[in-house]
Design a protein around this ligand. Structure first.
Ligand SMILES: Nc1ncnc2c1ncn2[C@@H]1O[C@H](COP(=O)(O)OP(=O)(O)OP(=O)(O)O)[C@@H](O)[C@H]1O
Length: 186
């Protein structure tokens, strides 16, 4: 593993879209890690829920969302790196040059990666999109979601790279070219 790229951004800024396109460009040299995956997995196991329903975007997910956030915040209070560690342990990160973490939400997530892998290996990328772009992608301000720490904790943070993602194109080629140059990847 040479580099870990930590991607953050508000809802509908394109974290998944950019992560998936970047991974595709880097092919077998890269994989995507999602911190939310061990959270959902562990929560589903605890409550004996259907994991596939939890990982999808259906109503099941929303129903348990709030309880899951309260529980995961409790776990984080005891061990702020718990879910980052679990996500990295569950992925075959030793087989690739680049790890793309697609859902960085908290200062403590970044802190854990920097402490664990050293500051030279870790790069932070903030995606931004205008509110009108996000709305066009289906975002609607939701109290209790968009004003919570999971959305706002990184609002006042500094990042190694900031990339505006407002120009939608199906392939994503343009923005991935930009990103490859920005991150000095080839
Ligand atoms: N550059 C782009 N070109 C075309 N479509 C895009 C682009 N960026 C994002 N989108 C589209 O916008 C929508 C939202 O993007 P995505 O799901 O990646 O956002 P997100 O930041 O992961 O959101 P959330 O935090 O809500 O999961 C998706 O349908 C995605 O395909």
């Amino acid at each position: 593993m040479q580099k870990i790229i930590l991607i953050s951004g508000k809802r509908k800024c394109g974290k998944d879209f950019i992560s998936e396109r970047l991974q595709k460009r880097l092919a077998d040299r890269a994989l995507i890690v999602r911190i939310s995956e061990p959270i959902k997995r562990e929560w589903a196991r605890k409550l004996q829920l259907d994991i596939n329903a939890m990982l999808s975007d259906g109503p099941y997910k929303e129903q348990y969302r709030r309880d899951m956030i309260i529980w995961s915040d409790e776990v984080r209070r005891r061990d702020y790196g718990f879910f980052c560690r679990a996500a990295m342990q569950q992925a075959a990160v030793q087989n690739v040059d680049y790890v793309i973490v697609s859902d960085i939400r908290r200062k403590n997530d970044i802190r854990w990666f920097r402490e664990t892998y050293g500051p030279d290996m870790v790069e932070t990328l903030r995606l931004t999109s205008l509110p009108e772009t996000r709305k066009a992608r289906g975002w609607k301000f939701t109290a209790g979601v968009d004003d919570e720490p999971s959305e706002c904790d990184l609002d006042d943070s500094a990042f190694d790279f900031v990339l505006a993602n407002d120009r939608d194109e199906e392939s994503g080629e343009h923005i991935i070219d930009q990103l490859m140059a920005m991150l000095k990847l080839s």
